[in-house]
Design a protein around this ligand. Sequence first.
Ligand code: SF4
Length: 92
Amino acid sequence: MALKVKVDRELCIGAASCVAVAPNTFELDSEGKAVVKKKDGSVEPTSNFVAYTDINDTEENILNSAKSCPVNAIIIVEVDDAGNEIRQVWPS
Ligand code: SF4
């Protein structure tokens, strides 16, 4: 199962629970919004999805961090081999 995750910047209030739960996946940027960290050391500064294969973390950690977000700003979707969204995993 291929998964992608993103932070909706409009929804994020900078509560940082995601950073506490999954520090390998999230950090707060200079605007106090969570961004997704990639294996190559870069971050995704927009609300674009990032493939789990580009993140150095476990599926469990990422899902738990999404569940910890008080405003459900972390969105997880399952995608097919072509990268097309099949279903939304979180919020369920
Ligand atoms: S837990 Fe949610 S609101 Fe808090 S920083 Fe992370 S994405 Fe933003």
